[in-house]
Write a protein that binds this ligand. Sequence first.
Ligand SMILES: [Fe+2]
Length: 195
Amino acid sequence: MTLLTVWADTDPLNALIQTSDRDVISAELAELGVAYSNHPVRDDVPPSATQDEVIAAYQPMVDALIAEHGYTLIDVAQLHTGDDAESQAIAAAARLKFLAEHTHDEEEIRFFSAGSGVFYLHMNGRVLAMLCTEGDLISVPELTTHWFDMGVKPDFTAIRFFREDDGWVGSFTGSDIASKFPTHDELTAVAVSRA
Ligand SMILES: [Fe+2]
């Protein structure tokens, strides 16, 4: 279940807002220039689907986004972590990549066709944790300080949209703020308990 949690950036113990109401989430994020929407997902795209198969399954939505925003590159990021040591080592390394606060020179757009991940946006003295689940499309504006947690056992398929082929490169702020806030797994537990 999609879940937005908002804290003051100095107080990770006391949430100011916690909601799964998509209208409230859209409004909160829109105020910050963060686009959010939810779209129907296909139930005939297995975790083993190739990048081309995933994109083809969502071609009308992909084409509409390209037409509207002028994206030039599309790819698919997916991790479906198994129980074997090699799979878990790959997952742990992938999780660490963007787990600290950073920015990008272009917006970060993700459509979760399966699974989940949390974008933490650090803006205007607040931290907004957006637990994205299947069907969620989010666009984090360029230069927004943020981090991303895919969880200790990543399981997601996400279509990514870019304008530049190095648009995903992160500039890390050096802040340890990310380590102070609830993780993907903790927020997922909250979302499950609310469902
Ligand atoms: Fe990022």
